[in-house]
Ligand binder design. Structure first.
Ligand SMILES: Cc1cc2nc3c(=O)[nH]c(=O)nc-3n(C[C@H](O)[C@H](O)[C@H](O)COP(=O)(O)OP(=O)(O)OC[C@H]3O[C@@H](n4cnc5c(N)ncnc54)[C@H](O)[C@@H]3O)c2cc1C
Length: 474
């Protein structure tokens, strides 16, 4: 019997497993692939995800494998530098291959005690009052208290759950892969320049060791689940370029569409959804992986609290209440970005206008805070603007604030030195620091770094500790 079974060891599943292990939850991750993915898709970790890595002590290791780039120019690839003074100690984008980030997160989860079983596809499940019976493709049955589908856009868990996935189907599809070519580089360069005059998405460029990265769009969109073949690439290259460049010896081949869909619900009883299993959208702005990892960060401590038995009654439902609107907003901004990327005269005119508007610092800042997810404010009720937002990393007397959050617990940061976390000290840490750079007396942080309370009154604090962390221990 496990506490939680996670279907899928992508970035979302691996992050969730690690977050649950911080609270000693017995976790099993089931991954259908026997080997980690081989395709090297470079993704961008945006500011909020980088901050999450810092909050769990993972950032140094991740920085070793990534390249820091300026944080700006990601909204519809409009070329504007990030505004000055973005409120973050990590105001950059980190370019990193997706398999590397998945490997590091998986390693972190295993280091904390998560079990990962590869070559195990979740094929069915049934839930009852006490738990979920999960069935694997080979018929083996496993039992857990909760099941979380982190099994990607074609999620089996979501389909079996019967949760609707409304939205728009793909209108375009793109083939992407790495392979060798049979013609000289100069010949390729001439052809690519010619095609790029009308089709900016086409790309065929050297990627080291004689291998070329091919990106070519497909006219006919199909919804098939299998990866494309080399023949598909050849055919499409001939259609677009009039030659297949003699491509051969593929290293990996993949395809992606531009469908935009959002699960109607993130939870049905003991089964939850996170990451691409809950939302898909085109890669504009590079937000999908970031969104999934942040879902996991929001869900982890809440599900752990439920299992440990101290969760207030409605805590687990705040996962959907907080994250569904965030995904809705990301879907909308990708829709807008796709429109702005159209070569039609109307969208091009809107793009020129927006480019001009982004010269206003506030417009530029608003868009970048959206893409990097540092602008998110959860609805915790009326209160100061900081309530519900994430707190940036600040200097405190022990060093950096985020250095105090590695264990995934709540934190009371008290400049008055008068308050106490009392009976919640098994879940919430306390730091008295009159020197902390804050313009409020005290802040209560949730384990995900969002501000749950601001004030200086002990009774009011106790009410909010109960709201987020349940009943005090005796
Ligand atoms: C071209 C392109 C560029 C992108 N660039 C960026 C970017 O720059 N930044 C960004 O944030 N995002 C980017 N994305 C999006 C990002 O790759 C995805 O959003 C991300 O991989 C989602 O992570 P996930 O863990 O939710 O799902 P996935 O990565 O799809 O992982 C799901 C896992 O579940 C496994 N699985 C599936 N079914 C089962 C089953 N039945 N049982 C057990 N296991 C199962 C799969 O094998 C897989 O390992 C890009 C996407 C594309 C296509």
């Amino acid at each position: 019997m496990f506490d939680v079974i996670i279907a899928g060891c992508g970035p979302t599943g691996a992050m969730l497993a690690a977050e649950l292990r911080l609270h000693d939850v017995r976790v099993l991750v089931l991954e259908k692939e026997t080997e980690p993915v081989s395709f090297v898709r470079i993704v961008g970790l945006h500011i909020r995800s980088i901050e999450l890595m810092a909050m769990r002590g993972l950032l140094e290791r991740i920085l070793e494998h990534g390249r820091q780039r300026p944080a700006g120019a990601y909204f519809a690839a409009i070329d504007k530098p990030a505004p000055k003074g973005l409120e973050s100690a990590h105001a950059y984008l980190l370019g990193i291959p997706q398999p590397v980030i998945v490997h590091l997160l998986e390693e972190h989860a295993i280091g904390l005690g998560a079990q990962v079983r590869r070559g195990c596809a979740v094929a069915g499940f049934e839930q009852d009052d006490e738990g979920v019976t999960v069935e694997l493709a080979d018929g083996e049955q496993l039992r857990s208290r909760y099941l979380v589908g982190c099994d990607g856009g074609r999620s089996t868990v979501r389909k079996l759950l019967g949760v609707g996935f409304p939205g728009e189907p793909s209108r375009t599809a793109t083939l992407m892969g790495e392979m060798e070519v049979g013609v000289p580089q100069e010949e390729i360069a001439v052809k690519v320049t010619e095609i790029n005059e009308t089709d900016k998405s086409f790309s065929l460029r050297p990627f080291g060791e004689g291998v070329y990265r091919v990106v070519v769009s497909v006219a006919e969109v199909s919804d098939r689940a299998e990866p494309p073949t080399l023949e598909d690439f050849k055919q499409q290259l001939r259609t677009i370029a009039g030659t297949d460049f003699g491509v051969h010896s593929p290293r990996w081949l993949s395809s992606f569409g531009d469908a935009t869909r959002l699960a109607e619900r993130y939870r049905v009883g003991r089964v939850l959804l996170a990451g691409d299993a809950a939302h898909i959208h085109p890669p504009a702005g590079g937000q999908g992986l970031n969104l999934g990892v942040q879902d996991a960060f929001n869900l982890g401590w809440k599900l752990a609290a439920q299992i440990r038995g101290w969760a207030p009654e409605t805590l687990l439902d705040t996962y959907q209440a907080e994250r569904h609107p965030v995904a809705e907003d990301v879907l909308d901004n990708t829709r807008a970005q796709m429109e702005l990327s159209s070569t039609e005269p109307g969208p091009q005119a809107v793009r020129r206008l927006l480019t001009e508007l982004m010269d206003f610092d506030e417009v530029n800042r608003y868009l970048i805070e959206k893409i990097t997810a540092i602008g998110i404010r959860y609805d915790f009720g009326a209160g100061p603007d900081l309530l519900g937002r994430r707190l940036r990393d600040i200097d405190v007397k022990q060093g950096h604030l985020y250095g105090l959050l590695h264990r995934g617990r709540g934190l009371l940061l008290d400049r008055t030195e008068r308050l106490t976390v009392g009976g919640w000290s098994d879940r919430v840490d306390y730091l008295a620091d009159p020197t902390a750079v804050l313009d409020v007396p005290c802040i209560l942080l949730r384990p995900d770094g969002h501000v749950a309370w601001i004030g200086d009154d002990q009774q009011d604090l106790d009410d909010h500790l109960s709201r987020w962390f349940g009943k005090p221990a005796n």
